[in-house]
Design a protein around this ligand. Structure first.
Ligand SMILES: [Zn+2]
Length: 286
């Protein structure tokens, strides 16, 4: 998971939920519906402010699902997103694009692997329609992560997936993997947060991995990486034995960790250098 700053407009000002709502609603052609939507603008603003407070306190699980907002149905609220923010010609689309393009290299903040190609609602819009276009509920995501998460929302404290705008677990190692001795060798991923973390955060990083099925994705990437570097490792092993392999892996690890210490690759290399079996030829194919 990679932390993101709160989404901002072209002037670097943080998007206000009611402004974004008004931008989208201003496109509604039917005067009656437009008036109904504008009548709940204050509710959108108030709920967005409460969302921020709860997210900062790891309490979004307390938000209750609902199927209408004032006099507006949930379906109609969802359309504010699907018809007035997503279509390329809609007035909300520049906001959509701005939020989606925020991650560096458009790398998915939820997995750190995929390319962002959508916005995911942290609290899904079908269950929490009031947050359909609330910017802090819109997370840039890749196809894998959105496909795994679908309509998931937390109902317990520990079930709250990491929220890129409100949680920052980038600065301490919490993602681990271990070498699975086999032919070929594999890597198994799991959460191993620092002891001093509060129990709730420890539970949440594990829930994040599990709900998004990330160990499968990470293991797949690690397997491919091993295939790519196998010839180099064999060459090093032949010339300098286990020690030469380990030195090379350490150098690679330092560079990868300088980028992101909780990437799948960082965890893979940490596991590889820690494994005598791996460094002494376990990486070979036969
Ligand atoms: Zn992803």
């Amino acid at each position: 998971m990679r932390h993101l700053p709160l989404p901002t407009d072209d002037n670097e000002d943080i998007f206000a939920a009611d402004d974004v709502f008004e931008t989208c609603v201003s496109m509604v052609k039917k005067p009656t519906l437009r008036a109904q939507l504008r009548a709940i603008s204050q509710d959108v603003k108030t709920e967005a402010a409460d969302y921020d407070v709860k997210a900062a306190k790891m309490q979004l699980y307390l938000k209750q699902p609902h199927n209408h907002v004032g006099g507006v149905s949930g379906d109609e609220m969802v359309k504010v997103y699907t018809l007035r923010m997503v279509p390329k010609t809609s007035k909300g689309r520049p906001i959509y694009d701005r939020i989606m393009s925020a991650p560096v290299h458009r790398r998915c903040p939820l997995c750190g692997i995929g390319t962002v190609n959508t916005l995911d609602h942290y609290l899904p819009k079908t269950h929490f329609p009031i947050f359909s276009v609330t910017p802090h509920n819109l997370i840039p995501a890749c196809e894998w992560c959105q496909g795994e998460k679908l309509e998931y929302y937390p109902t317990t404290m520990g079930g709250q997936l990491l929220h890129p705008y409100f949680d920052n677990v980038d600065n301490e190692v919490w993602l681990a993997s271990e070498v699975v001795a086999g032919v070929p060798a594999g890597f198994r991923y799991f959460a191993a947060p620092p002891d001093h973390w509060i129990p709730l955060l420890k539970t949440r990083v594990a829930a994040h991995l599990e709900e998004l099925n990330l160990p499968v994705l990470f293991s797949s990437n690690a397997g491919s990486r091993l295939s790519e570097i196998r010839a180099r490792l064999m060459n090093l092993h032949q010339k300098g034995g286990e020690n030469a392999v380990r030195i090379h892996l350490y150098e690679e690890l330092a560079s990868i960790e300088a980028d992101h210490m909780n990437s799948w690759a960082a965890a893979m290399y940490r596991a590889a250098v820690a494994s005598d079996w791996f460094c002494n030829g376990g990486f070979k194919e036969t």
